[in-house]
Design a protein around this ligand. Structure first.
Ligand code: SF4
Length: 74
């Protein structure tokens, strides 16, 4: 699928506690791997609103969003 919003996501896995809610709010963008840490899946499959909500609701502020190389969140 063609990217519309152009948002790229990264996760600081050293901060991730595997609790959600990222993979609940944006399940196509984030998942849990076998070590119970969040991993980035397909951010372009989720809306900008869902990606922002996932990042904002992360209890450890482990999610970073980027667009065109610029920080979008935090
Ligand atoms: S919301 Fe944050 S701490 Fe929770 S699983 Fe996602 S990245 Fe990890």
């Amino acid at each position: 699928m063609q990217k519309i919003h152009g948002i790229h996501a990264t996760i600081d896995r050293s901060l991730c506690v595997g609790s959600g809610p990222c993979f609940v709010l944006a399940p196509q963008a984030f998942g849990l791997d076998q070590s119970m840490k969040a991993e980035v899946l397909e951010p372009e499959e989720e809306s900008e609103e869902r990606l922002l909500a996932a990042a904002q609701e992360c209890p450890t502020q482990a999610i970073y969003l980027w667009r065109n190389g610029d920080s979008l969140y935090p």
